[in-house]
Design a protein around this ligand. Sequence first.
Ligand code: MGD
Ligand code: MGD
Ligand code: SF4
Ligand code: MO
Length: 675
Amino acid sequence: MKSIEHVPTICPYCGCGCGIYLVVKDGNVVGMEPWKDHPVCEGKNCQKGRNAHAFSYSEQRLQRPLIKQNGVFEEASWEHALGLIAEKLQGVDAEAVGFINSAKCTNEDLYVIQKFVRVVKKTNNMDNASRFCHSTTVPALISTVGSGVMTTSTTSIEQADCIFVVGTNLQETYPIIARRVIRAKRKGAKVIVVDPRRTITAKNLADLYLQVYPAADNALVNGMMRIIIDEGLEDKNFIDKKTSGFDDLKDYLTTLDLSEIERTTDISIDAIKETALTYAKAENACILYNAGIAQHGAGIENIRALADLALLTGNYGKPGTGVNPLRGHANGEGFGDMGPLPVFYPGFQKVNEETAKRFEDIWGVKGLPSTPGMTYMDMVENCKVLYIVGANPMLAAPDTNSVRKALQDKDFLVVQDIFMTETAKLADIVLPTATFMEKDGTITGVDRRVQRMNKAVEPAGDTRPDWVIFCELAKMMGYEEQFSFSSPAEIFEEIRTCVPQYKGITYERLRNPHGIQWPCPTEDHPGTEVMFVEKFPTADGLGHFQIADYKPPLELPDEEYPYVFTNGRVVFHFHTGTMTRRTKRLNDELPHGFAEISRADARELAIEEGDEIMLKSRRGEIKTFAKVTDDIRKGLIFMPWHFSECAPNVLTGPSAGPPSKMPEFKFCAVRIEKV
Ligand SMILES: Nc1nc2c(c(=O)[nH]1)N[C@H]1C(S)=C(S)[C@@H](COP(=O)(O)OP(=O)(O)OC[C@H]3O[C@@H](n4cnc5c(=O)[nH]c(N)nc54)[C@H](O)[C@@H]3O)O[C@H]1N2
Ligand SMILES: Nc1nc2c(c(=O)[nH]1)N[C@H]1C(S)=C(S)[C@@H](COP(=O)(O)OP(=O)(O)OC[C@H]3O[C@@H](n4cnc5c(=O)[nH]c(N)nc54)[C@H](O)[C@@H]3O)O[C@H]1N2
Ligand code: SF4
Ligand SMILES: [Mo]
């Protein structure tokens, strides 16, 4: 009789961190089983998790290294491909080379990648798609509360009496967190949803729904705070003991004209008031936000205002409270923690001489880089040599036409992925990697929960895990000693020595099915469910109110481009579709893109449901099909961005300046033509 094995692991898609069992028969994963006592999902998964094993078996999986010769890819041995890469990397100056990495990688992969970049190439030129989710979150929350992490845990959302869901379509993007919101609602919590589209989240979850004008959330939240203060509902005790800067904020808020806020947000003062009072009167109020707040030119202001709101009402340090940025990818928290970033070494230790020295001692090398490296788009534009691991900038970065040109102009481009993506097609060398079910490692999801991923089957074809590839390359380039790891467990032991938040976590401890939430300082520490209980991680331990004045978007509609364009996600697909569009069950659910347009706009433009339409911005044009709906604001167009044949980033463009450099994914001006 053939034996069947159930291998516990974590879903590789979103940051919820749901457990799944992979069912293994004869060396193949044949399906999945729900993991009923998993703390996050309790045996429930969304459609992506239920089909998580399928993409690994796609016939389109890359199997062997490929080298482009005269414009055509040819299969090559690992030794040959890595030899060529080592030679190119050796021949380029540290300032001219860049590395883009990925939250599809495990913590161990990412730790090795950043160590490689720093030790072997002596540069901090490395970044990842976290710049596109939360580069506004980090400066905004560090300046207010000292840290950009999720403060509560997904499970404790159930303990909130009010949940303020702003700029996130939870039911499609974090279905298992949405489930907790539903549970809280059953216990009597009030749910407020703010989104320019009446999303399924708004329809299914909201007690109060505000169809805000895009990019005006900051004005809305300032209005709410003004009303809370006018009504005397601020938490005076909390403000006195745990914050600074309240008087300045109050002075600023009293200068605001509520009727102007009404015009900016297109929300009536009465509705703003009801929202403000519902939030302020709750015992525990929890803010969940994401891309609709963060991906704006004024994302920092949006998020500072949310932190101010929580400080004003004492909503920090208890379960079911806080301002919670939802990290998106399965390893969305880990890919900050491991430090594969231009400004942080592992454990969010700032790039400077002191940190570089500390790591020189840990790693036994000299000359580690001590000045900040380039960010994602700066590397795409400026580096001569670019090495991209598990990222697809051809669809995920703003202004595709400029990205294509920049990538085509590279002296040398390496892409390391599981599929021949739009980006990989432009590469000189493509390296095939093993998928999540073909390797061991850990990942850290949205609420800082570190969990183990377990290998269920051997890597397909001649593929290798990301960490193995970088160790091989480092050895070829003369760093045998620093990269002699023989397993992810060994890498994790090194991670524990230099990421203080992970110090008390061991592979052995992670055998428990709950994972461990960092910070976990010692081996007998249970991990931390709720952050900032005693004080904030700022120099003085206080939360700092910041004035967050309303800033309009970078590119406003005008006569030539009269509509606002936004885009986002649907439950069946993930990002650039590389995995979900190769999963038959998911692709059958939604095989093509579309553009939501309001009934009023459709009437004016004589567009009917299903008509082919052309959207044009200052940067490019795409064709798609109209979906006429009553659920979107007039003047706004929405598209899912999972489809390469109608890819929204052909249209998107401007980015904020430093420190965030966040592209304004959620707002640009377009015009619409019937095809
Ligand atoms: N199914 C699925 N789930 C995913 C992902 C995926 O690709 N597919 N990706 C993961 C990742 S990496 C991330 S970062 C998250 C993203 O998670 P979300 O932020 O939930 O995803 P989006 O759909 O991009 O945007 C959310 C909502 O923002 C709204 N919005 C746009 N502009 C504004 C605005 O100005 N104000 C407000 N209040 N709302 C606005 C949009 O209408 C949209 O409904 O999802 C994660 N989960
Ligand atoms: N218009 C618009 N653009 C956006 C956004 C938006 O809302 N609107 N959102 C932004 C956000 S929040 C994000 S996070 C980014 C996402 O941008 P990306 O992270 O670039 O998008 P993905 O499609 O998730 O790319 C992940 C790649 O990793 C590959 N992969 C999977 N597993 C592995 C593995 O184990 N190893 C390796 N090496 N590769 C693997 C996949 O095949 C895929 O090509 O996009 C950003 N871009
Ligand atoms: S909610 Fe997220 S982690 Fe859970 S099954 Fe769905 S995609 Fe996977
Ligand atoms: Mo993201």
